[in-house]
Ligand binder design. Structure first.
Ligand code: S3P
Length: 188
């Protein structure tokens, strides 16, 4: 499989149509941890000219703390508030691609703000794919002691109704390379 987390080199990047950037819409990429939101967002910035916000990185920069430190010291609820504050800060802007944290679409306040400010695109991947992508990573507190396909499957199932309710477009990412995924997104 041409895995999106390892394949950011594209054969024909100029073929990507930049309609959405030209129309100045924001694109909010949602989906489970490891679904490929950051990779796809970086590509949309590089090749289609979107400005990029990677929510986790932005929160880390704003707080000068790692996400895991925020969870440890202040708890998940506090982290969720930081996410909601950031979504409302981003919303008045245009022409951004926003790589959302995997929990952002669980909040109706966030979903309402995202839908008002742009298009919400759900990236889906199989639990096995997610597992392979997250298994060696230690920056995700919710998975830190739960790195099994079974746990990931359960959490995805719990979240699925929220992801589906938030999404304006659903993109299946398994067995597709970055370019294919981005072309699907840009042809909304
Ligand atoms: C989370 C996903 C993470 C990060 C935090 C919580 C979640 O972001 O925001 O660890 O609740 O799904 P990524 O989806 O970018 O890994």
């Amino acid at each position: 499989m041409n895995d999106i987390s390892s394949n950011t080199k594209l054969q024909n990047p100029t073929s990507v149509n930049s309609t959405n950037k030209e129309s100045n819409e924001n694109l909010f990429l949602i989906g489970f941890m490891g679904a490929g939101k950051s990779t796809i967002a970086r590509y949309l910035k590089e090749k289609a000219g979107f400005d990029l916000i990677e929510m986790d990185s932005q929160i880390e920069q704003d707080t000068n703390m790692k996400i895991s430190e925020i969870f440890d010291q202040f708890g998940e609820e506090h982290f969720r508030k930081l996410e909601t504050d950031l979504i409302s800060e981003i919303s008045p802007n245009q022409g951004y691609v926003i790589s959302c944290g995997g929990g952002v679409a669980m909040s109706q306040v966030n979903v309402k703000a995202m839908k008002k400010a742009g298009k919400v695109i759900l990236l889906n991947a199989r639990p096995e794919t997610i597992y392979e992508r997250v298994k060696d990573n230690h920056d995700r507190p919710l998975l830190e002691n739960n790195k099994t396909v079974e746990y990931i499957t359960q959490l995805i199932e719990k979240r699925r109704p929220y992801y589906l309710a938030a999404a304006d477009q659903i993109v299946e990412t398994d067995n597709k390379d970055v370019e294919m995924i981005c072309q699907e997104i840009l042809k909304i």
